[in-house]
Design a protein around this ligand. Structure first.
Ligand code: ADP
Ligand code: MG
Length: 192
């Protein structure tokens, strides 16, 4: 299907449907009889250890790998050793920068790589890994969620602490669901 390999990047804020889209695309390739696998970082233990699970309950079997250089190397090794033709990688923003060359390299080696990750952190700053993946992509799927304040398309992830906007000096990585994050548009994204 993609004899030269392909790098496809799915991005957007939380709740935009990135994981849903990743599963959908990988599942299509499985129907097309391609050998597929999904990888997800082990930092994400929100729902389950062995499935990648979307906020709407959709799930798919996944390899759980650590968010370290070893985790990145594992994705490369497993893909090449097992001969996966299509791989999905969810929550790419949690991996070290070496994920960029690893996934770009796999695409060069003929693998159809579908990678999803957050566009911006809670402060509205880009995740460096995603920036680097986006400019190398053969195709970009930019998704929006629904702003919880006004219902317009949301491009930002609002972090909340006890229902209030999180200040700029709180840590970048904090895994959570609807209790600590909301999708917001540019106008309603607040960083005090
Ligand atoms: P992502 O991986 O981008 O966080 P998921 O694919 O896991 O998104 O989940 C998408 C689902 O989240 C939607 O189908 C919808 O059911 C749900 N959802 C919850 N809050 C929102 C919101 N504010 N905007 C859009 N979808 C939302
Ligand atoms: Mg997701």
């Amino acid at each position: 299907m993609h004899p030269g390999g392909f790098l496809e990047v799915i991005t957007g804020p939380m709740f935009a449907g990135k994981t849903t889209e990743l599963i959908k695309r990988v599942e299509r390739q499985a129907f097309a009889k391609r050998k597929v696998a999904i990888f997800k970082p082990s930092i994400d233990d929100r729902y389950s250890r062995s499935d990648v699970v979307a906020h709407n309950g959709l799930k798919y079997r996944a390899f759980v790998v650590p968010t370290s250089e070893e985790g990145v190397e594992l994705i490369r090794e497993v893909t090449l050793k097992e001969g996966y033709e299509v791989i999905g990688v969810d929550e790419a923003q949690f991996f070290p920068m070496s994920i960029v060359e690893a996934l770009n390299g796999l695409a060069d080696e003929g693998v159809y790589v579908i990678v999803s990750g957050l566009n911006l952190d809670f402060k509205g700053d880009p995740f460096p890994v995603m920036k680097e993946l986006l400019v190398r992509a053969d195709n970009i799927v930019y998704l929006t969620a629904v702003c919880t304040v006004c219902g317009r398309p949301a491009t930002r992830s609002q972090r909340l602490i006890n229902g209030k906007p999180a200040p700029r000096d709180s840590p970048v990585v904090l895994v959570g669901g609807s209790e600590s994050y909301e999708a917001r548009c540019r106008l309603h994204h607040e960083v005090p």
